[in-house]
Structures are given as structure tokens and as C-alpha cells.
Design a protein around this ligand. Structure first.
Ligand SMILES: Nc1nc2c(c(=O)[nH]1)N[C@H]1C(S)=C(S)[C@@H](COP(=O)(O)OP(=O)(O)OC[C@H]3O[C@@H](n4cnc5c(N)ncnc54)[C@H](O)[C@@H]3O)O[C@H]1N2
Ligand code: MOO
Length: 467
């Protein structure tokens, strides 16, 4: 039996072949594949070796150009979710681009206020007002220049005094003549001046390759004046949930049949990390039916994920169909999610076309097992394959609120919630059919191998699953 870490490493190594292994070119558009070296370049674990085994991957684009702008984001939101930078973005300009005021107030030369203090007011003549958007002005000594937040600090001024600290503590009207203002505090040079380049300098790395783009990233891209960035193509996943008992929600069930939960759950999980998903359930336990389904779709995807049909039943459609084609099945010392399979499979082509090699990952069919397996293996491996800088969820430690048993031969992943006081509350039992309990959870709590009982107050690792 293998450990969670061993299995994750092997699945990660397999998925690092995405692009390289799909070297037949069938159905591939050149701008839609990750290149062979992509995962290796981004530091994916064990990415060497397996990558580069097929020669035609280099002619596939490793990146797509993504136009960045509010209108595009609003009109095509699907293009912008979970995009991963293909290369470093270099800052085309400094941020801020020029020295500007952090406050509404008066730009001054700090030397003019050197003698100011309580009972020692310094009175300055009020100069012409500068607003945000005005061009660079010049500041004369022994004056105070009214300046608004974001306006360029005029040459000759080196500090800004907030309007609240001035006397009077409000701006004079535009048309006031001969106005003066009084200050009773010294100021240090640089006070409330946002210096050009203090956030990022022109030519520096604005965002590194592998960054997953979110609101602040899109903002800083636009704020620096860039209009597009280079992102990784989405990894295309064929999702095959299996079982002759599963039916589409909305249809009538015969006795013994159940609605398909896994297709929706795994599609959502894959979309959430930026994959393009082709859901194609196989409602049959016949290996030939599954192979025919794979033949129809495999050439158009980078990865096949199956769900169900991997345990020890009399007919296990996934084992039966894919075992002979190169997929290995094994048990991981994890509960739920014990039975697993993966491998590079030589899949039949449609309509007599040549077979295609595709990485295949086989998850167990119990819905909680499938989602936990996604969390433990598929998610990190796919993120590495897609070139993400961070592939692992952040591990935290928390104190559990109740005692429970755990199988000492297995890692156990229990579902739970983090209470307001930071303690961990378990949700539902350990069984892998309890999908409703999973839906009410925000964390997975890890009980390591070797632990047979946990007491209230014990500390365990956990990670969030709600983001
Ligand atoms: N004799 C043994 N039996 C089982 C073992 C074992 O080691 N020896 N392992 C158990 C464990 S652990 C798991 S997990 C499951 C894995 O089974 P399969 O991957 O073969 O999955 P299925 O048998 O197809 O389904 C299991 C369970 O989940 C339900 N299911 C399947 N697909 C869906 C779906 N799309 N939506 C909702 N529910 C689904 C299915 O009806 C079954 O109840 O095997 C144990 N057995
Ligand atoms: O290990 Mo299974 O995945 O409990 O249901």
C-alpha cells in the first residue's frame, strides 16, 4: 500500500507529460496545449524523465494571449477564471508613475516649517491649487501649494501637510486672493509623498510566471498600462463518471438507480482550478462501451479522469477497460479514497483512427472518496502540470473538539469546520457516501497513519477546501 505523498508524486509525474504524451496531433489546435517542458520548468515534482518522451510537443503553443480590461472581464468572465501566467510580466511603467500626494492638504518645502511649533506658527502664502490629473507644477519657497490626493507633488515641495493640520483647516475658495495658511508643526521630508516606483519600478517583474490571476493581479496589470498577458492554455479534461446505476438528474429512476453526483462535483472541482472539462458519463458496466466513449473524445483532451469502477467488484468497468491498456490500479493508505488508478494509456482512436496515448487518472466512485482524491492527488498534480507556482493547499494546525477513532493503517481525512475560536469541529462520520456532510464542511482534517484514537484537545493538520 502506498502513502498519500507517494501517490501524489506519481500522479504529478504522470501529469507532467501533458502535451508531450499527446503527440499524435489528432484534434489538437496549436494554441490549446501545454508544452512538454512546461511543468518541468515550473518546478513540478518529478517532472523530469517522463516529460519529453514524444517529439512533437514543441510545435504546440505553451501560452495564450489574454486581453486584460474591465470590458473584456465583464463580457467574457469565463476567460478570466483561474488563469495562470505563462511567463513573467515585466512592469511597463513604474507605480506610482510620479511622486504624488497621499492626502488632501498643502505641499510644502519642509525647510520652510523648520521653526514651526506650538506657539511658533509659520504663515505661508497660498499658491495655485493642484488637483489629481493636473500636470507637474513648480513650488515656490515660502508658499503652501493646495494639493489633492493623487496630484503630482510640484518640484520644490518635499512634503504634504494634511488639510486638518493647517489653519484654517479647510481650503480657501479658488478665487481667493492674498490668502495665507498657518502651520504649527514641523514636518519631515517625504511626509505623505507617494514616491514614484515605491510599489513597483519600470522593468521589474510585475507578476511572476505561474501566478494565478485574481482581482489584484488584473488590477495591477491594467494599472501599469499593460493590455494583455501571456497565460497557460487550459488543461482539457475528459471526465467520465461510470456505473450502470447512475442517471442524469431530471430523469426518472428505476429501482436501484441513483442520480449522478460525481459528474457535477468533479466538473466544478476541475473548473475551479482552471481546467476545461468535457463531462461524458458512461452509464454502462461494459468495458467495450467505455472504450467506445473514450475513442470518441480522447483525442480532443489532454487528460482522462474516470470516477468509479476501480474496486473489487465482479465487474469493474474502469479496471476491465483500462487495465489492459496501461493503467495500473493500486490501494493508497487513505480513507476515504483507498482504491486508485493511473497510467499512460494507449486509447483506441475513433472510426479506425490510430490510437492515442493519454494520461488517465482513475478515482473511486463513492462521491466523498472522489472529491477527497481530487483534493489529495489530482488538484496538486494538475496545478503543477498547468505551471502554477503554488500547487499545495496551505496546511494549518487546529485542535479537535471531540474524541474519535481512526484506522491506524491509513491516513484518514475527516470533514470539518473551523469554529470562530479556531478549534476544529467534525462534520458527519468517516463514511465515503456522506456527500451532504462534505457539502457542509470547509476543511479536511488529517489523521496520520499510526494513530488509532484522537482525543478532544489533540492537534491535527487540516486544510481548507472552500476556496
Ligand atoms: N470488496 C471490496 N469492496 C470495496 C472496496 C474494497 O477494497 N474491497 N473498496 C471500497 C471503497 S473504499 C470504495 S471507495 C469503493 C470504490 O468503488 P468503485 O470505485 O468501484 O466505485 P463504484 O463501485 O462504481 O461506486 C461506489 C459507490 O459510489 C456510488 N457512485 C458511483 N458513481 C456515482 C455517481 N456518479 N454519483 C453518485 N454516486 C455514485 C455507487 O453507486 C456506489 O455506491 O469500493 C468499496 N468497495
Ligand atoms: O476508501 Mo473508500 O474511498 O472509503 O470509500
Amino acid at each position: 500500500m502506498r502513502t498519500i505523498d507517494e501517490h501524489r508524486r506519481e500522479v504529478t509525474a504522470l501529469l507532467s507529460t501533458i502535451g508531450a504524451a499527446t503527440g499524435d496531433g489528432a484534434g489538437a489546435s496549436t494554441d490549446h496545449r501545454a508544452r512538454a517542458g512546461a511543468a518541468a520548468e515550473s518546478g513540478a515534482e518529478d517532472a523530469t524523465g517522463a516529460a519529453g518522451s514524444a517529439g512533437t510537443a514543441d510545435d504546440r503553443a505553451a501560452a495564450e494571449d489574454l486581453v486584460v480590461g474591465a470590458a473584456e472581464l465583464a463580457v467574457h468572465p469565463e476567460r478570466y477564471s483561474y488563469r495562470i501566467l505563462a511567463e513573467d510580466v515585466i512592469a511597463p511603467s513604474s507605480l506610482p508613475a510620479f511622486d504624488n500626494s497621499q492626502m488632501d492638504g498643502y505641499a510644502v518645502d519642509s525647510a520652510d516649517l523648520a521653526s514651526a511649533g506650538a506657539g511658533r506658527p509659520v504663515e505661508l502664502a497660498v499658491a495655485r491649487r493642484i488637483a489629481a490629473g493636473d500636470s507637474f507644477g513648480t513650488h515656490r519657497r515660502r508658499t503652501a501649494t493646495p494639493i489633492m490626493t493623487g496630484a503630482p507633488v510640484p518640484a520644490g515641495a518635499d512634503a504634504v501637510v494634511q488639510i486638518e493640520k493647517a489653519d484654517p483647516p479647510a481650503f480657501h475658495p479658488d478665487d481667493a486672493t492674498g490668502a495665507t495658511v498657518t502651520f504649527t508643526e514641523r514636518v519631515s521630508p517625504g511626509l505623505f509623498v507617494r514616491v514614484a516606483g515605491s510599489d513597483v519600478r519600470e522593468g521589474e517583474v510585475l507578476l511572476p510566471a505561474g501566478m494565478v490571476l485574481g482581482p489584484a493581479h488584473y488590477g495591477v496589470i491594467s494599472g501599469s498600462g499593460a493590455t494583455s498577458v501571456s497565460v497557460r492554455p487550459r488543461v482539457r479534461v475528459l471526465l467520465v463518471s461510470t456505473g450502470h446505476e447512475i442517471r442524469d438528474p431530471g430523469t426518472a429512476l428505476e429501482p436501484g438507480q441513483i442520480f449522478d453526483a460525481n459528474s457535477s462535483a468533479l466538473t466544478a472541482a476541475l473548473l475551479a482550478i482552471g481546467c476545461a472539462v468535457v463531462p461524458a458519463p458512461c452509464r454502462s458496466d461494459d468495458a467495450d462501451d467505455l472504450l467506445a466513449l473514450l475513442a470518441r473524445h480522447a483525442a480532443d483532451v489532454d487528460l482522462v479522469v474516470t470516477v468509479g469502477g476501480v474496486s473489487a467488484g465482479a465487474r469493474e468497468v474502469v479496471r476491465d477497460a483500462l487495465g489492459p491498456l496501461g493503467v495500473e490500479f493500486m490501494k493508497v493508505a487513505m480513507q476515504p479514497g483507498g482504491p486508485q488508478g493511473f497510467g499512460l494509456a494507449s486509447l483506441p482512436g475513433a472510426d479506425g483512427r490510430a490510437s492515442v496515448d493519454r494520461p488517465v487518472v482513475c478515482l473511486p466512485g463513492n462521491p466523498v472518496s472522489a472529491l477527497v482524491s481530487f483534493e489529495a492527488f489530482l488538484r496538486p498534480a494538475l496545478l503543477a502540470a498547468a505551471g502554477a507556482r503554488t500547487t499545495a493547499r496551505e496546511l494549518r494546525r487546529g485542535t479537535v473538539t471531540e474524541a474519535f477513532d481512526s484506522p491506524p493503517t491509513h491516513h484518514q481525512l475527516r470533514r470539518g469546520l473551523v469554529r470562530d475560536d479556531g478549534t476544529l469541529e467534525l462534520v458527519g462520520g468517516p463514511s465515503s457516501h456522506l456527500l451532504h456532510s462534505y457539502a457542509g464542511s470547509t476543511v479536511l482534517v488529517h489523521v496520520p497513519v499510526g494513530v488509532s484514537s484522537v482525543s478532544a484537545g489533540d492537534e491535527l493538520d487540516y486544510w481548507r477546501i472552500d476556496g
